[in-house]
Ligand binder design. Structure first.
Ligand SMILES: Nc1ncnc2c1ncn2[C@@H]1O[C@H](COP(=O)(O)OP(=O)(O)O)[C@@H](O)[C@H]1O
Ligand SMILES: [Mg+2]
Length: 301
């Protein structure tokens, strides 16, 4: 079984590095290998484009290829959680009252817990004695909020009074910190600064007791140049036409990017965690582009 075939899979990283793209590709990969998958998203627009559907809502929906998707919308998730744990009159009093609603929105950790708790609940859900899903893949919010979401069950289990909330938070925390049931995937770009930030994130995850299962470098440029010095490097550009000088400048910039990228990739290989390197693809926000990435991901293991 791959490190990616766990019951819960968190995909996290800095904003804009391709978390959603990688989450969708992971979900498609898992689905293609026969797993029943729920892709739980904290933002739905990008994934909807990649999956070729008009929108992703807060109710679980099965797409034509058998993949299930849901939007982790904090208020809807909180209502669902309240309805499972409290009598209807109390739910109405809490959630349909303007004053208690604004009070609830100020309670730290409540909304991240509602979202994480929903994903965790579906990872434990059974239908006719059988697990409803083999994998729940969570496209977590960007770095800081993603960490908050992962940390919140521990905070609740330590701080809450005995009761349903404490019990659920304890069970969710036990699951999240169990590497046999949960994997964390950190996504980054093959560039120096994003990588440094992702190393800090990995250290924070480890401090929380969560082990990184896979590191993904997303959007790698293909190598146009071989490792040998290109013969044009020593050219005296003053002897070239204006057009040739421009081409030379573009080539030199690209060569610099490729070398910087190779250096980041070499460092990533020294991290000692499984690494997937995904190519930069044209149209990554379309179903076709995402399919290319899902195949690359499946081959990179
Ligand atoms: N491998 C890739 N090649 C090219 N473009 C990509 C790739 N991965 C992501 N993108 C593009 O980068 C942007 C950010 O990706 P997204 O998955 O939304 O990031 P995040 O969820 O981390 O904010 C999107 O426009 C997406 O289409
Ligand atoms: Mg995203």
């Amino acid at each position: 079984m791959s490190d990616l075939d766990r019951k819960l899979l968190f995909v996290t990283g800095k904003g804009g590095v391709g978390k959603t793209t990688v989450s969708v590709a992971l979900a498609q990969r898992a689905r293609a290998s026969g797993r029943r998958v729920l892709l739980a998203l904290t933002e739905g627009g990008q994934a909807a484009r990649q999956l070729g559907v008009p929108a992703i809502g807060d109710q679980i929906e099965q797409l034509s290829d058998g993949l299930h998707v849901v939007l982790l919308e904090p208020r809807a998730a909180l209502r669902e959680y309240a309805e499972m744990s409290l009598p209807p009159s109390l739910v109405r009093a809490l959630l349909d009252n303007r004053y208690s609603r604004s009070f609830l929105s100020a309670v730290p950790g409540l909304y991240p817990w509602a979202c994480l708790g929903k994903a965790w609940y579906h990872s434990t859900e059974t239908v006719d004695g059988r697990d409803r899903f083999d994998s729940v893949i969570i496209d977590a919010p960007a770095t800081g909020h993603g960490l908050e979401m992962l940390r919140v069950p521990r905070v609740i289990s330590e701080a809450a009074a005995p009761g349903i909330l404490k019990r659920d938070a304890e069970q969710a925390w036990a699951m999240i910190t169990d590497p046999a049931r949960t994997s964390v995937v950190v996504v980054s770009l093959p560039e120096e600064l994003p990588m440094l930030e992702s190393l800090e994130l990995i250290a924070d995850l480890r401090a929380l007791g969560l082990e990184l299962a896979r590191y993904v470098l997303n959007g790698r440029l293909s190598d146009l140049f071989t490792e040998q010095e290109p013969s044009w490097l020593g050219l005296d550009s003053a002897t070239l036409s204006a057009d040739a000088q421009q081409v030379l400048a573009i080539g030199e910039r690209r060569l610099c990017d490729e070398r910087a990228q190779a250096a980041v990739e070499a460092k990533a290989r020294q991290l000692g965690v499984p690494l997937s390197v995904l190519p930069w693809v044209f149209g990554a926000d379309t179903p076709e582009g995402t399919a290319v990435l899902a195949r690359a991901l499946a081959q990179s293991q």
